[in-house]
Design a binder for this molecule. Structure first.
Ligand code: DON
Length: 533
């Protein structure tokens, strides 16, 4: 079964499984296909994380996060007076980290793949070359970002027809992207990091004041890391270690949540929201205070993910009174911006599983396309803390632990997870949403385990989010009922309703009644699809 945000990608992945490919083979196909059919977040110009479970029950995590260019510097987004240069880390060439996606898929395939690489890239080439009909979701995304996309010279007419973005049912053809993908199909990672594609990237950077050079591309490497392991109410959860904060923050949230009888509180009741929000406040404070790329800095991961640390967090939580974030540190009130990243989940017939989240960061990344190569570049540099205490586009703040340094990876919130019980697969899931990814994933896990929801109920249930700063409980429209809101306000909370939180793509194995039946669900907040047989 393959669950992704796009039906063409899910089907292409399933076809690989039907031809005898394994979950990692299918992941390569889905990863490349989304780069064609879901250009706001699917990518070859970005990066991400993949958690893998093999049929013989071993767990692996590959870090293919972007890296800061060799010539980047801590203060590169500050002016002479030390003030942040508006939007420099968000739009345009300086915002771009050295892309990792092609190397990530290549290395995952090298270690675990079984079908030939070029077969796996082929569906993406065909969709880019022959075109496909734009669906309503993509049409809307293109329209929303019409202005910034129009400004990128290299985007040219790719997403436009008669000066307007492509509307539903119009064909999107991407011949330059098809040519780039062909080079990747033929030469593997070298088809991106060397030769023609690399030359096009480096030239584009020189012409537009970017920093990425052939040297950066030569030196880019992925890292196999040990997944973060969390034991939650008898289930075993595996997720991403730094440079994603996802696994560690998820561990803090779940370990502390385990100390409360959540299922007795009732789903999204005031007591439940209060408990989770207070835990999140502490966990996100730790994120801002400690976390960054552990290849460059150290922080006490073992302590933070321990059961004894959860007791310390619990002791600080006052039942029935809202905590106060400014008591921890000074306060900031940033806005939450538009977000796009994407997750896919795959399980094959042997029990290999892939949980993959990758991204360009914001929708359509830095809104620039490599001239002549047809793909968009990420704006992941904004995930660094560009100045201590200054919020990024998700309102997250940080300090020196997540400061820019040459070849360092920016801290992420991406949280692909694989869950099992008694050594058998239980669920594979993940979500986009910037800072809200971790709280979204935590709520799905609690929905499945504590509230015994099925995968559809768990994904569809309304969500809420708190991230220490700003000191606000964000909840989806109609996500909390009026009684709950009144009670929470009485306890001192500031609440704000907002648009969707996350787009979860999940697979669940019903362990008791229908052993070995896979149940997939693609979040109706997006327009994805489950493909399985
Ligand atoms: O790595 C991160 O945490 C962010 N760059 C992810 C961005 C994201 O999820 C946007 N999506 N909705």
């Amino acid at each position: 079964m393959v669950v992704s945000v796009d039906s063409l990608a899910s089907r292409a992945g399933l076809k690989v499984l039907q031809e005898g490919g394994n979950a990692i083979d299918a992941a390569v196909t889905v990863g490349f296909t989304l780069a064609v059919t879901y250009p706001s977040a699917g990518n070859i110009g970005g990066g991400g994380f993949m958690v893998i479970r093999t049929a013989n029950n071993s767990f692996h995590a590959i870090d293919y996060r972007e890296k800061a260019p060799i010539t980047s510097a801590k203060d590169m987004f500050l002016d002479g007076a030390g003030n942040v240069i508006k939007n420099a880390s968000v739009n345009g060439y300086l915002a771009v980290g050295v892309p990792g996606t092609v190397m990530g898929l290549w290395q995952a395939h090298k270690k675990f793949g079984s079908l030939p690489w070029d077969r796996l890239v082929l569906p993406a080439i065909q969709l880019a070359k022959n075109g496909f009909k734009v669906g309503p979701d993509l049409a809307q995304q293109l329209e929303n970002f019409s202005e910034p996309l129009h400004k990128s010279k290299a985007v040219g007419n790719v997403f436009f027809e008669n000066g307007k973005t492509l509307s539903t049912n119009h064909k999107l053809r991407q011949p330059q992207l098809a040519a780039t993908l062909k080079r990747i199909a033929k030469n593997g990672a070298d088809g991106f990091y060397k030769g023609e594609t690399a030359r096009l990237i480096a030239d584009d950077m020189i012409q537009n004041g970017g920093l990425i050079s052939q040297n950066d591309l030569d030196e880019y490497e992925t890292v196999w890391r040990n997944p973060i392991y969390i034991r939650y109410r008898g289930y075993d959860i595996y997720s991403m270690p730094p440079p994603s904060s996802g696994g560690v923050v998820l561990a803090e949230i779940l370990n502390t949540a385990e100390l409360y009888p959540l299922n007795q509180y009732g789903h999204n009741s005031a007591g439940y929201v209060h408990t989770l929000v207070e835990i999140e406040r502490h966990a996100y404070y730790d994120r801002a205070r400690y976390m960054g790329d552990t290849d460059f800095i150290k922080f006490p991961i073992k302590k933070l993910i321990s059961k004894s640390y959860a007791k310390i967090i619990k002791a600080k939580i006052n039942p029935f009174v809202a905590g106060k974030s400014e008591k921890f540190d000074p306060i900031f009130s940033p806005a939450l911006e538009s977000e796009e990243t994407t997750h896919f989940s795959i399980i094959d017939k042997w029990g290999n599983a892939v949980s993959n989240t990758y991204t360009l960061n914001a929708s359509f990344g830095a809104k620039v396309m490599v001239r002549g190569a047809g793909f968009l570049l990420n704006n992941e540099m904004d995930d660094f803390s560009i100045k201590p205490g200054v919020p990024n586009i998700y309102g997250l703040i940080g300090n020196d632990a997540n400061a820019i340094a040459p070849q360092k990876r920016m801290l992420s919130s991406m949280t692909p997870v694989i869950i099992q019980k008694n050594d058998r697969l239980f669920a594979v899931l993940g979500s986009p949403g910037g800072s809200t990814i971790i709280t979204t994933v935590a709520q799905i896990i609690i929905n499945l385990i504590d509230f015994e929801m099925n995968i559809r109920q768990a994904i569809e249930a309304p969500r809420f989010h708190h991230q220490w700063l700003p000191d606000v409980v964000y909840h989806e429209k109609r996500g909390l009922n009026m009684d709950t809101i009144h009670i929470l306000k009485g306890w001192g909370y500031r609440l704000k309703s907002r648009s969707d939180l996350g787009r979860v793509q999940g697979i669940h194995l019903d362990m008791d009644e229908h052993a070995n039946i896979l149940k997939g669900w693609s979040d109706p907040r997006g327009s994805g699809a489950v493909s399985g047989n």
